[in-house]
Design a protein around this ligand. Structure first.
Ligand code: ZN
Length: 180
């Protein structure tokens, strides 16, 4: 496995539409495994392919309440209710905001073995699924913020951004070591 660089806000790939995975091959599984390693190194609970510079429709999730899993070609087949909650993003470090999401979603996807699966989620898992699936369609959590909150989030980001030349967030071995 290898650690991937995380793309941060400003990299155009974060706004691109992904391409559905035609077949879950070893190459796709390698991407999934590298994404897990990268997500853990960055201490995140979810990571989508565009965040590591890739356009396969793939995301990985580990919110700690069930086994970590990958979602390949995910689709939201049911969304109901609505609830506000704070979100952050590995691609916009140090920026947080309250986002209104469906309180429950049912998602269909392929797993790491290419088998169809369905997840019925509420609470943090529901929020994480919606956040990651948004990434696969070029959408970011800051898009949901109202004008004022969005402006202050972007002002904060304007300072943070200087830490990431070329819109790249390089995870250091120290960050990896501290995780294990
Ligand atoms: Zn994110």
């Amino acid at each position: 496995m290898s650690l991937l660089d995380v793309r941060v806000l400003g990299d155009p790939i974060l706004r691109q539409e992904t391409t559905p995975v035609a077949a879950v091959t070893d190459a796709v599984r390698r991407l999934v495994d590298d994404m897990f390693e990268t997500m853990y190194a960055a201490k995140g609970i979810g990571l989508a392919a565009p965040q590591v510079g890739r356009l396969e429709r793939v995301a990985v999730i580990d919110v700690g309440e069930r086994e970590p899993f990958a979602i390949i070609n995910p689709e939201v087949v049911l969304a109901e209710g609505s609830i506000k909650g704070e979100e952050g993003c590995l691609s916009i470090p140090e920026v947080y905001g309250d986002v209104e999401r469906a309180s429950r979603v049912v998602v269909r996807a392929l797993d790491r073995d290419g088998k169809p699966m369905e997840i019925d989620a509420t609470e943090i898992l529901s929020r994480c699924l919606q956040h990651e699936i948004d990434h696969l369609h070029g959408k970011l959590f800051i898009d949901y913020l109202g004008t004022f909150r969005r402006r202050s989030a972007l002002a904060k980001w304007a300072k943070e951004r200087e830490k990431y030349p070329g819109n790249m967030r390089k995870l250091s071995p120290a960050e990896v070591a501290s995780h294990h």
